[in-house]
Design a protein around this ligand. Structure first.
Ligand code: NAI
Length: 454
């Protein structure tokens, strides 16, 4: 039986990054992946959706650029080509991951792993009829869509009328009518693509706002922009049945049914189950593996990183958690922190945020100083966004002058937000930040402007 220093279950962002780090650190490493290396992120999440959304953006520019002096006649979007290109991007990236792991000596087993036993020296894991021993176990099994027992949903999934975030990326044709259940990140990004691609899209969201935890004002601006792009919204509407080519919801005490060709169910994700985990006595909380700041579980030698611990459910968090786990194994000082994790919604315009909102900071007892500016304060934004209504918000702690949160909607927000995350992570003070030179002209300069508004 082969014995490894670390066995990693799951080859998504948490698993493959941890495997690479472990390989570089000289640990004998095995990673088990039952589907495809790259996990949900590379195969059916972050990357494929960005490929689709980029095609939508190009198409939208082609159709709506007269104001910039550009007219494109007969612009069209060919969904099949979009999907084919998406597949090409995915296969290049997953191939890249496989190559990197090979280069750093990691063994990849393309099979489902099951935890077998705790032994004197560690743990045993079985896969495809073989048994593997490892001193440490890192569980990176990811997450699966939440599919509650909504009336008719199980049958609708079987018939192909209802789709999850996996199938929606590979539809053969653009449906004439698409109802999206859930106005969170997945719902909004897919609404944006399919509306541009020609579907009549309605988003049905239980809450009275879209985008989940994003700042209220930014949520409203996003709603206005998506509505202008032709997406219909039913807010404060709870879906109660998905059957017979229709989605039924309750709103203001009334029941309504929307007839449609397809429906996407995107109402959240939950930690995936791992076969045999219960044998080790690993503690769970609402189905997710409980971890500390080193990604340790309650069982010595067992770690969990990524969506499976239910902490953040973002690929970039997963990368860091995987690293933190490996660093603990090799006795390198490293602690996972969650205060400065940025989040992005890649709609057009894109929204990005990191840290506390004014409300959440106040609830935590901070005395705050906040400022908001339109993105139009950036010359580049003005030049590139005719009629743009983006804003940027800065939340700081009054007493210390450190940044607690940044929230923005508008061009390049996804790229600019890393700078804001760094401000929070390093606890750098406003006074020092004002001495920073920003490249000009950039959309991110609006953050520099905000530093002088506090
Ligand atoms: P989500 O948690 O973002 O949004 C789900 C929405 O569904 C919520 O607004 C909720 O109120 C609503 N909902 C729940 N039950 C409902 C019902 N019966 N009727 C109507 N509405 C209902 O979950 P989502 O969009 O499925 O995304 C899952 C995960 O994937 C998230 O944790 C997200 O962080 C991650 N993700 C991140 C992306 C990014 O960073 N750009 C892109 C896509 C996914």
């Amino acid at each position: 039986m082969d014995t490894y220093d670390i066995a990693i279950i799951g080859g998504g962002p948490a698993g493959y990054n941890a495997a690479e780090r472990a390989g570089h650190a000289g640990l004998k490493t095995v990673v088990f992946e039952k589907r495809a290396l790259g996990g949900v992120c590379l195969n059916e999440g972050c990357i494929p959706s960005k490929a689709l959304l980029n095609s939508a953006k190009i198409y939208d520019y082609a159709r709506h650029s007269e104001v910039y002096g550009v007219t494109v006649k007969n612009a069209s979007l060919d969904h099949k080509t979009v999907v084919a290109r998406k597949n090409k991007v995915v296969s290049k990236l997953t191939g890249g991951v496989a190559m990197k792991l090979k280069k750093c000596g990691v063994t990849v087993i393309n099979a489902e792993a099951a935890i077998e036993n705790k032994t004197a020296g560690g743990f045993t894991v079985s896969a495809a009829g073989n048994t593997y021993a490892a001193k440490n176990l890192l569980v990176c099994a990811g997450s699966v869509p939440v599919l509650p027992p909504i009336q008719g949903l199980a049958d609708s999934l079987k018939s192909g009328f209802a789709l999850t975030s996996r199938e929606i990326l590979d539809l053969e044709a653009v449906p004439k009518t698409l109802t999206i259940v859930g106005g969170g990140v997945i719902g909004l990004e897919m609404a944006a693509y399919y509306a541009s691609a020609g579907a009549a899209v309605t988003v049905v969201e239980m809450l009275n706002s879209i985008g989940g935890p994003i700042d209220g004002e930014i949520s409203k601006i996003l709603l206005n922009n998506l509505t202008k792009a032709g997406i219909a919204f039913a807010l404060g509407a709870k879906v109660t049945a998905i059957e017979n080519g229709g989605v039924t919801y309750e709103k203001d005490g009334k029941t309504q049914t929307l007839k449609c060709d397809k429906t996407l169910v995107s109402i959240g994700r939950r930690a995936a189950a791992v076969s045999g985990l219960e044998k080790l006595g690993v503690a769970l909380e609402r189905g997710a593996i409980l971890t500390d700041e080193h990604m340790r579980t309650n069982i010595p030698g067992v770690y969990a990183a990524g969506d499976v611990n239910g902490k953040s459910m973002l690929a970039h968090t997963a990368y860091r958690e995987g690293e933190a786990a490996v660093n603990h194994i090799v006795n390198k000082r490293d602690v996972m922190r969650y205060e400065a994790i940025p989040a992005v919604i890649y709609t057009h315009p894109e929204a990005a945020f990191v840290g506390e909102t004014e409300d959440s900071a106040k609830k935590k007892g901070y005395e705050v100083k906040c400022a908001t500016l339109p993105m139009m304060y950036s010359g580049r934004y003005m030049a590139e966004n005719e009629g743009g209504d983006g804003i940027c918000k800065l939340v700081t702690e009054a007493k210390t002058g450190r940044v607690l949160g940044v929230h923005m909607i508008g061009g390049y927000a996804s790229e600019t937000i890393a700078l804001a995350a760094m401000m929070i992570e390093t606890e750098i003070k406003i006074g020092d930040l004002r001495e920073l030179v920003f490249p000009h002209p950039t959309c991110g300069e609006v953050i520099r402007e905000l530093l002088f508004e506090i």
